[in-house]
Write a protein that binds this ligand. Structure first.
Ligand code: 3H9
Length: 705
């Protein structure tokens, strides 16, 4: 196709077709084509009405996001919209697939809209740190009312077009080919005297009946639920303008606020994440057409919290799962926990009783490993013990079908060592789920030395099937995410000894945008867990010989202060209350420990807290990148946003680092090496950081050799 927009006229109806795969985004050629075709059809005296349709899988899915941040190219979308809205004959948008963002805004400028029964509409700009900038904030409230429009724009959620059938939003739901059906609908409507109608001329329904504090309440809600985000507040302001100002003035408010959003670092971060998420499945040495193995039946070994959560992921996607635990009691407990989780979701209205029955019906329990014999994929989720895992893999290698994929959910052990227990290590890899496995979107897919390309490709596809974002990691201790967590946790502990209050460390990280700080997170995960891992690593000679390393948390664990589960950790917790309370006992304990270790205490300001928590994390990310453990910086960002709650609007730690400035980070590492000492290499810059700064190269452009 040379032109992405085509015009054909038949029986006095002009059909304009946008054909710009994959999603008919409003790129410059599409805008130019639309403008030319609309003008031509509008000026043609023979044409009674116009149908605007799209070829391929969807109606226009929005502005072309890859053009954002570049110099604007003519024609502007507003010019196209004006031509559509000002046509003196009816223009019908024929919607199939998803009409999103600028795509829906185009449809709202048409005089009428019809849709296929499964079509969806939405204004998802907020997910890109933007607001609908082509009239959506002014037109949508005029057709679906203020509360529904506000909800749609703040959540960015897609709505079923059928929900609005028979309203000015969607005049009719049509069966069959939507383009053909729309032409017939328009011909009949024209015969019945259909005239163009502009949504801009409609009043905002129910505007007078809104409670006086409607917008203030919305502002309070976004301050709480969308903490730190810029675009939601701007969206509210625009909708308020739709209610209080004439249409054209409202449009002007929208334009100004849209530009502010577009220029914000938050939108840059979220746009980066949009493409980052879609990059993760692209593996340079694995062709897109690599054959994948069918996965219909899955076996999960270990019915603990992790195994149960993993089983739920597959049942939720409609796959049969065998949950295996050699202890009958543990198995029954695991199955009951799963049922309880589903029932809680049903009680909240998120699942129907039928869903609960269907999903539980897909999960079968077994106490023998032979339960895995027919599985296409087996995931081992027993506790972190190399000998135990090797034994399981040896057994699986013998009893499973030759083409079955064998995966370990280990978060710390060497996947290659586990794979070596089987005859065919090419079918082994790591599938590292994050807790709670049925909720967290991240799946680290650990590629072993011998993992087969089709095995990897199958698991990347599978991640999509179970609604996860799969990120490929090489083999190393902690893989991408937990390896980077190490320095973050280490510095939090050291700063406690040096004089920072726990609540200050957690506040700084919370204010930065993470859901909680490192100390509150430790209390949630259990300080005993970390202490056990440290003890093992220390025994294996894998920890720095630094007596301060993990000292505070080891002491807490030794005192039984395991965190929320024991009511005491770094903080104290009142029974039944997760709100952390400062505990003077802990303050005394830390002060005493610091004295024992000879650590001088001082005041540590917020800036130092932030830098010491996050710069080591970034520095480790650069090592991970240089070693080829991560394929690209943006994969690391995806891991941290979806696995650890790093704010998406900061674009993940690596994008954020670039925003801060790599040179500034390098200077800070050198500064801390000097002021805090660098006996254990904590502040040694990653060689890649030094090179990128010396060569003035962007991290986003770096690919491991
Ligand atoms: C906007 O409209 C602003 C206006 O209000 C104001 C302007 C003045 N642009 O997701 P998929 C690519 S803001 C460029 O895997 P699916 C995507 O990168 C926009 N590219 O498919 C991928 O490329 P690749 C508001 C886009 O079937 C390929 O298409 N609209 C765009 O799972 C397939 O994408 C949105 O935010 C785009 N707009 O889901 C909608 N969209 O193959 C964003 C997609 O090279 N898009 N691509 O990796 C979506 O939500 C999903 O893509 C969609 C399809 C649901 C449409």
């Amino acid at each position: 196709m040379t032109h992405p927009v085509d015009l054909q006229t038949r029986d006095a109806i002009a059909v304009i077709t946008v054909d710009s795969p994959p999603v008919n985004a409003l790129s410059q050629p599409v805008r130019a084509g639309l403008l030319a075709c609309v003008r031509q059809a509008a000026a043609d005296a023979e044409v009674r009405g116009i149908v605007l349709r799209c070829a391929g899988r969807t109606f226009i899915a929005g502005a072309d996001i890859s053009e954002f941040g570049k110099p604007p190219a003519e024609p502007a979308l507003t010019e196209v919209l004006e031509a559509i809205e000002q046509a003196d004959k009816p223009v019908v948008a024929a919607i199939h697939g998803t009409a999103l963002g600028g795509g829906l805004e185009v449809a709202l400028c048409c005089s009428h809209r019809v849709a296929a029964s499964d079509a969806r509409i939405g204004l998802p700009e907020v997910k890109l740190g933007l607001l609908p900038g082509a009239g959506g904030t002014q037109r949508l409230p005029r057709v679906i009312g203020v509360p529904a429009a506000l909800e749609a724009m703040l959540t960015g959620r897609m709505l079923a077009a059928a929900e609005f059938a028979g309203t000015p939003a969607i005049e009719a739901i049509l069966e069959g080919d939507i383009g053909e059906a729309a032409v017939e609908w328009l011909a009949r409507a024209l015969d019945a005297g259909l005239a163009p109608r502009r949504l801009r001329d409609l009043p905002v329904p129910g505007a007078k009946d809104l409670p006086p504090d409607f917008f203030d309440t919305a502002r309070k809600r976004v301050a709480r639920d969308m903490r730190g985000q810029f675009a939601p507040r701007q969206i509210i302001a625009c909708i308020e303008a739709a209610v209080t100002l004439p249409f054209d003035e409202g449009l002007k408010v929208e334009r100004d606020r849209f530009i502010e959003c577009m220029d914000s670092p938050q939108s840059a971060g979220l746009r980066h994440m949009f493409f980052a998420e879609r990059q993760t499945a692209k593996i340079p040495d694995i062709a897109a057409e690599t054959p994948t193995r069918p996965i219909r039946a899955v076996a999960v070994i270990g019915a603990g919290t992790m195994g149960g959560g993993i089983a739920m992921c597959f049942a939720n996607a409609g796959l049969a799962v065998t949950l295996i635990d050699t202890g009958e009691e543990a198995l029954q407990r695991g199955l009951e926990t799963i049922r309880g989780n589903y029932q809680r979701s049903a009680a909240k209205g998120r699942l129907s009783e039928q869903d609960v029955t269907t999903r539980m019906g897909l999960i079968r329990g077994a106490t023998q490993m032979t339960g895995a014999a027919q599985a296409d994929l087996v995931i081992e989720a027993v506790f972190e013990d190399m000998a135990l895992k090797q034994k399981i893999f040896r057994e699986l290698g013998e009893l499973c079908r030759g083409d079955a994929i064998l995966a370990t959910n280990t978060s710390t052990l060497d996947v290659d060592e586990i794979a070596a227990a089987t005859v065919d290590p090419s079918r082994v890899l790591g599938l590292h789920f994050f807790s709670p496995a049925n909720v967290m979107r991240l799946l680290e897919i650990v590629r072993g030395r011998d993992t087969g390309p089709d095995v990897l490709a199958t698991c990347l596809r599978l991640a999509k099937t179970i609604s996860k974002i799969g990120v490929v990691s090489g083999v190393c201790y902690g893989f991408i995410g937990n390896r980077m967590l190490e320095g973050y946790g280490r510095e939090a502990g050291l700063m406690l000894l040096e004089g920072a209050a726990p609540e200050d460390i957690d506040r700084v990280i919370f204010e930065f945008g993470l859901p909680m700080g490192p100390l509150a997170m430790g209390d949630l995960a259990g300080n005993d867990v970390g202490a056990r891992v440290r003890a093992q690593r220390r025994a294996a000679g894998r920890l720095p010989a630094d007596p301060r390393y993990g000292a505070v948390h080891d002491r807490l664990a030794a005192l039984g202060r395991h965190g929320q589960k024991t009511g005491k950790g770094i903080y104290a917790y009142a029974p039944g209350n997760r709100q952390p309370q400062t505990d003077p006992e802990v303050t005394a304990l830390i002060t005493e420990l610091a004295a024992d270790l000879g650590v001088a205490r001082r005041r540590i300001d917020d800036r130092e807290i932030l830098e010491r928590c996050l710069y080591p994390l970034v520095n480790e990310g650069l090592r991970i990148l240089e070693e080829g453990i991560a394929l690209r910086a943006s994969d690391i960002d995806v891991v941290w946003v979806y696995g650890y709650g790093f704010p998406a609007w900061r674009g993940g730690p690596m994008h954020w680092a670039e925003h801060v400035g790599l040179e500034k980070i390098l200077d800070a590492l050198r500064h801390y090496a000097k002021t805090l000492g660098n006996d254990y290499g904590y502040w040694t810059p990653a060689p890649l950081l030094e090179r990128l700064v010396a060569d003035n190269t962007r991290l986003a452009d770096y690919r491991p050799g």
